[in-house]
Write a protein that binds this ligand. Structure first.
Ligand code: RB5
Length: 150
């Protein structure tokens, strides 16, 4: 797999711990350098602290991209998108994965471990990591919202 991003940081909460383990192993098998932001066992945890860890690393440029997983993916997306320069895309299907890269230059992929099956999740990750951003008018639109301050 010719990944656009490498290295990559990943994290989950308890609801997607099993999926995180599957994705971590898959990425390593594909030859990517993976930072595991945790958790490291399936005990119940609060997703905001794990989401922040990944989002802060991407926002500051330490990692070019990340993958976050929780039960639905909703909470992790909300946390991650509070960070400047983070474009977290909730993709529980392949079309969203493709378009979030082509049009939105997403730099964090979010999935719901209670929604996607393991095989679909692996395909979403492969697709997301190998789909290039189209730039052009889409870059202009990203620049517009990147500059927004509330
Ligand atoms: C945990 O029960 C669940 O709320 C969490 O994994 C996530 O789905 C939140 O958005």
């Amino acid at each position: 797999m010719e990944s656009i991003f490498n290295p990559i940081i990943i994290a989950s909460d308890h609801a997607a711990f099993a999926l995180k383990e599957i994705i971590r192993k898959m990425l390593i098998t594909q030859g990517l350098q993976v930072e595991d932001g945790g958790p490291f066992n399936p005990d119940s945890v609060d997703y905001p602290s794990y989401g922040q860890k990944v989002a802060r690393s991407v926002s500051s440029g330490i990692y070019p991209a990340g993958i976050l997983m929780c039960g639905t993916g909703q909470g992790m997306s909300m946390v991650a998108n509070k960070f400047k320069h983070v474009r977290a895309a909730l993709c529980n299907d392949l079309f969203s994965a493709i378009m979030s890269r082509r049009h939105n230059d997403a730099n964090i992929l979010v999935m719901g471990g209670r929604i996607v099956g393991d095989v679909l999740a692996e395909e979403i990750v492969r697709t997301w990591l190998t789909t290039p951003f189209e730039g052009g008018r889409h870059q202009r639109r990203i620049d517009q919202f990147d500059a927004v301050q509330d």
